[in-house]
Design a protein around this ligand. Structure first.
Ligand SMILES: [Fe+2]
Ligand SMILES: [Fe+2]
Length: 194
């Protein structure tokens, strides 16, 4: 059940980043925090490279086992499949909003709104996974299924490891983001540098 553990940890990291961005947007809006455009851009990049490009495909590997064992959760699986497939469009809207804001600081409000929409979607998405699909996966997958899916996860992680220096190290990226985010959600504020 290593796969379940990995998905759980990834949800925690993603929820933390979503929470951090939401907190910063609120503080900037209230005039209590100077906006750090580079930090917002880095966070959006993290959501793209990690949440959308690496996390959902691993979930698909895991969720694929459920219909082989049970017809339960078919509707939720279909909904999640549509949501996973729409990742490029979803992140493109957010990226456009952050670059519009980079080009024109007056568009901060639009970026904040685009982010709220994204975060609301993502929260509902994770809830559907955590409250409907993951409990069914836990209940119905066999020991052989777990051995197989754990191996698939290990292969995915190995294929995308940082050993060649060309792939993103998401743990390091996460720490760096949290380091710059303002207290009490992070250890900053301090300016984000690439
Ligand atoms: Fe997902
Ligand atoms: Fe997920």
């Amino acid at each position: 059940m290593e796969a379940l553990h990995i998905i759980g940890e990834e949800h925690q990291s993603l929820a933390a980043i979503l929470h951090a961005i939401r907190f910063m947007l609120k503080e900037v809006t209230a005039g209590r925090l100077a906006p750090d455009l580079k930090l917002f851009q880095a966070m959006v990049h993290y959501l793209d490279a990690y949440a959308e490009q690496r996390h959902h495909p691993k979930e698909d590997l895991l969720f694929n086992y459920l219909p082989q064992r049970s017809s339960e959760g078919a509707e939720a699986l279909a909904e999640l499949a549509v949501q996973h497939a729409a990742a490029p469009q979803r992140i493109a809207v957010l990226q456009q909003a952050v670059s519009d804001y980079a080009a024109d600081p007056a568009r901060f409000g639009e970026f904040a709104l685009a982010f709220e929409t994204y975060a609301d979607f993502y929260r509902r998405h994770m809830l559907l996974e955590e409250e409907v699909v993951l409990p069914l996966v836990r209940r119905h997958l066999t020991a052989e299924d777990w051995t197989a899916v754990d191996a698939e996860f290990r292969a995915e992680m190995a294929a995308n490891s940082v050993s060649d220096g060309s792939k993103a190290d998401f743990k390091a990226m996460f720490s760096k983001l949290v380091d710059c985010a303002p207290a009490p959600i992070g250890f900053g504020p301090r300016p984000y540098r690439d």
